[in-house]
Design a protein around this ligand. Sequence first.
Ligand code: SF4
Length: 160
Amino acid sequence: MKWLQKLITWARIKSPWIIHFNTGACNACDIEIVAALTPRYDIERFGILLKGTPRHADVLVCSGPVTRQIQDRLVRIYEQMPEPKFVVAVGTCACSGGVFKGCYNVKGGIDAVIPVSAYIPGCPARPEAIIDGVVKLLTSLQGAKPAAVVPETTATAESP
Ligand code: SF4
């Protein structure tokens, strides 16, 4: 059955379906994620499709720190996703809490609530960094277990 597992892994890498969730972001990271999904950056060329329900998604892309108001919803969305599932934290806030760290209403980064597979820093994270992080996560799936991924491209300069 080894060939079957190889086929499943190949299919998973070639067509990951994602869902995007804002856990308390200022909206800038969300705009960069949307930009990555548009034809200009064309993330679909990697087979990545945006889905409207966690039940159809392989990858949960989160932006922003986790607020106390949103944490239960984040856990509910994560639990609704089928296994194997992966979480990508986009932006410094999602990675660590960022500028909101220590606020009375903020739990911290995404990994304060659910496990994270890839961290993409930046304020906001640029579409190139988001694509780089997602592709590295997918590449790491060829191994037995995805390691925590941090892309090399972390520049936060203005978009071209
Ligand atoms: S990392 Fe920066 S741009 Fe992204 S949600 Fe936080 S403050 Fe906003």
